[in-house]
Design a protein around this ligand. Structure first.
Ligand SMILES: [Zn+2]
Length: 441
């Protein structure tokens, strides 16, 4: 999700799609640009919005304003720490049933799924919000408010997204909107941090259902549309050796020295590579190991994060890291005067795929046209959200904002401001969804 401190940081994105320099641990500078909407899509979406079923659905959303706020408070107070989304998932599943979905179930990964059958049933459009938050189980979660601003960890990212989904299901049901394609509502697990998009990755490897289009709700204000996925890899690298006394065992291969060499070779090579071409970054974020100044360490470790706008560059930095580690390992094993050789373990702890979808894609055109219909200029941008997974596979996908205003995402004082017209973000999402799924005649 995403988080914004001021309009000046409009296009500064974080992992899980965050904007916030202060608290986010994965901030990056993304770019944003005004999207160009073709007039045929503007016309198509405007005509759709004016149909009776859509007008009735919009009214239903407006009528749900107080209910949505109550449900936001209720769902926020059910903790959903990484890898522990079950309790919130169960509640969300029963709410989806109550909202009128045809069938609701939980898959092997823990994703809560609800199907709303279409008339033609030849395609499936998924509509997603993630269940998890970044907050550990012991975090005290009690919603407080100051007028229309609600405060609580996770209230914006992404509980508001879940509430938006429920509101859309209810509106479709109440207004009896029938779509051509099946709509699969998804409360996904593991979007944040070490969850590493596991819920969405599972959905796109599960062979039992093909998803043709993906719309994720995870973000800030209306008008920000993510059609580009910022990819990242994360590693924990550990050099190991026997370790011993700095004087008595002198001559043993030294893991700390090897790690230092690996960082040296990697930073030299990666610096050279990333000076031109698509924006690419690398960072050794943490290092550790060793027991005392006069001991040869038995292990030395580092955690490395690398990101790129394009998969080719991410793979290149990845191979530079691995080559540097090998070079250091060989060199330091050759230098040892006694004892066993060093070993190295390279453990991948994060893998978010990257990619970009062209703005000419019908889904992206429709989302931009719907945004324009609500009087907001669409801006296309890059982020790290569940949409990374379908985007990397070339499957139409977009991440839309949740409405209202948010701040301090991923921090204990996270807030969500219920603007007077925050219901419009729900109407916009519904319009995009029905436009992509097709209104059945
Ligand atoms: Zn999020």
């Amino acid at each position: 999700m995403l988080n914004r401190t001021s309009t000046f940081t409009l296009f500064t994105l974080l992992s899980c799609f965050v904007f916030l320099p202060k608290h986010g641990n994965t901030q990056e500078n993304g770019e944003g640009k005004s999207g160009k909407v073709e007039s045929s899509y503007l016309k198509e979406v405007e005509q759709l919005a004016k149909t009776k079923p859509l007008q009735a659905a919009f009214q239903s959303i407006l009528d749900q304003t107080q209910r949505n706020r109550n449900e936001l408070i209720m769902l926020t107070e059910i903790p959903a720490p990484p890898f522990m989304e079950t309790k919130r998932g169960e509640r969300f599943a029963s709410m989806l049933k109550e909202a009128g979905a045809d069938s609701v179930w939980t898959d092997k990964e823990g994703n809560v799924l609800a199907l709303r059958k279409g008339k033609k049933r030849t395609r499936t459009v998924a509509f997603d919000a993630h269940l998890d938050t970044v907050f550990p189980l012991e975090t005290k979660i009690k919603v407080s408010n100051n007028a229309d601003t609600l405060f609580a960890p996770g209230i914006a990212d992404n509980t508001r997204g879940l509430v938006l989904l429920l509101s859309v299901v209810r509106a479709l049901e109440e207004a009896k909107v029938e779509t051509e394609a099946d709509v699969l509502f998804v409360g996904s697990v593991g979007e944040e941090g070490l969850g590493d998009l596991r819920g969405t990755k599972f959905l796109f490897t599960d062979q039992s259902r093909r998803i043709d289009s993906w719309i994720a709700i995870d973000g800030g204000e209306t008008g920000t549309l993510i059609n580009m996925g910022l990819g990242s890899f994360r590693y924990r690298v550990t050099f190991r050796g026997p370790g011993g006394h700095s004087w008595g065992a002198f001559g043993l291969a030294n893991p700390q020295h090897a790690l230092g060499s690996a960082i040296h070779y990697f930073s030299k090579a990666a610096d050279k590579f990333t000076r031109s071409g698509a924006r690419t970054s690398y960072n050794v974020g943490r290092i550790g190991g060793g027991t005392s100044v006069n001991s040869i360490a038995f292990e030395s470790w580092m955690e490395v994060d690398m990101r790129s706008e394009i998969p080719e560059n991410l793979n290149m930095v990845d191979s530079l890291l691995k080559a540097s580690i090998q070079q250091a390992l060989v060199e330091h094993n050759a230098m040892k005067r006694m004892g066993p050789a060093l070993t190295v373990e390279i453990k991948k702890i994060g893998d978010r795929p990257s990619g970009e979808l062209p703005e000419s894609l019908p889904l992206i055109q429709r989302a931009m046209a719907a945004t324009t219909y609500f009087g907001v200029s669409p801006r296309l941008t890059r982020g790290s959200t569940n949409s990374n997974v379908p985007i990397s596979k070339g499957i139409p996908a977009i991440t839309l904002g949740q409405g209202g205003k948010t701040g301090n995402n991923h921090a204990l004082n996270e807030w969500w401001y219920d603007e007077k017209d925050s219901y419009k973000a729900i109407q916009l999402a519904l319009l995009t969804l029905v436009s992509e799924a097709g209104l059945a005649k």
